[in-house]
Ligand binder design. Sequence first.
Ligand SMILES: *[C@@H]1O[C@H](CO)[C@@H](O)[C@H](O)[C@H]1NC(C)=O
Ligand SMILES: *[C@@H]1O[C@H](CO)[C@@H](O)[C@H](O)[C@H]1NC(C)=O
Ligand SMILES: *[C@@H]1O[C@H](CO)[C@@H](O)[C@H](O)[C@H]1NC(C)=O
Length: 423
Amino acid sequence: MQLRFGHLSILFFLLLAASPCSPQEREHDVAGALHESFLRCIASVSPAIADPSRLVHSPSEPSYPSLLNATIQNLRFASPRTPRPALLLTPATAAEVQACVASCRRHGLTVRARSGGHDYEGLSYCSVLPRAAGARSFAVVDVAALRNWQRVAHALPDDLFVKAATEPKLYAAGKRHPLVVFKSLFLGNCSGMVAEMSTHLRELGVKPGDCRDMSWIQSMLYFYGYTNGQPAEVLFDRTLQPKDYYKIKLDYLTYPIPAAGLAGLLNQIVEDRGGSIDIDPQGGAMGATPESATPYAHRRGYLYNVQYFVKWGGAANVSYEDGHLGWVRGVHGFMAPYASSRPRAAYINFRDLDLGRNVEGETSYEAARAWGEMYFRGNFRRLAMVKGEVDPEQVFWSEQSIPPLVVADAGEKQSESGLVSDS
Ligand SMILES: *[C@@H]1O[C@H](CO)[C@@H](O)[C@H](O)[C@H]1NC(C)=O
Ligand SMILES: *[C@@H]1O[C@H](CO)[C@@H](O)[C@H](O)[C@H]1NC(C)=O
Ligand SMILES: *[C@@H]1O[C@H](CO)[C@@H](O)[C@H](O)[C@H]1NC(C)=O
């Protein structure tokens, strides 16, 4: 199975400015005028920066298309109808980042930090996306191995990880069947792995021939899909993985999926030939970290995450997009009774705009709780309070940026919108 492009996420500091957001800046709609004005602004904010033009790329410049394309992994967001940023900024030092952000603020431009491979909704380089909905049906298959795996995989010893990856497999006569592949990483040698697997997952019948000894870095190459002895340096090359059109949704499980649910899930998988569903155990260090220690809140009690993935290749096939999107949303809908609830948890690194979004000009903490608490549970409020302190004007804004929450001191009640009293 092909590994997802995003599993090594490398951030780099390409800042993007979306369309001008304040009406008084309309004169900058002329791209050239904006570019000129922006360069003058950087020079006045930070006179020490030599040649600001190397940091600012406007759509009329030859550097712009390839820079914009460089980290777009999802071809859904590389089409001519995708809105483009007004400017691409490539600051390399802290001083250059400061000058760029200050200049965006003065021009009424919002800033998007460029993401690596995990920007599933393209929010770091565009600002709207096409939508659709739909649903599919299912039949029945044998799910015994998956059920046994589900019972133990979240509580295996810390040196053993076993995930389940399912995909449609084409058999003769054009028929598709669900294929389940168990993938495992053990921190030890082959005999140790066989011994642990026979203790915990005897029914998988793992033999020494199923295991391969390799260094940890080689295992990262393996999971990334480089299985032909490539050197570790290929991981630095961000252009080798093929690009696709795709959509991903994600659930967390706080209970194993019952047999009927697993059967239904496996039968959904054959409905779209570009579909795949991965179930990854949490547990281990994930569950041992307190929920409030980091923004990531899905800790103890969250046994698995389930990733519903669909991709479709070839520009000729963009017209099939609605069908594929309908499939992945249908699977997510089917899983509602089995997934975590209150909130139905989601993962910020697998961003999903179906969950909700900020409306430009009206970012509201109360409204954003609907999707923010799915990502961060109780940590969302703390994140919103940090945003209220460090970026109350929302220079950094996107459809799912954290909204600012300013909590007024008791006795200092304010009536301005956006302020709430904590008392
Ligand atoms: C950018 O990507 C699109 C979609 O793959 C492609 O059509 C276009 O030629 C690319 N442009 C550059 C400059 O790489
Ligand atoms: C495998 O690892 C175990 C534990 O580290 C060690 O005792 C054993 O000798 C190793 N076996 C082989 C074949 O290297
Ligand atoms: C496009 O999708 C259709 C239906 O899924 C499929 O039959 C066809 O082979 C695909 N074409 C390309 C170029 O991927």
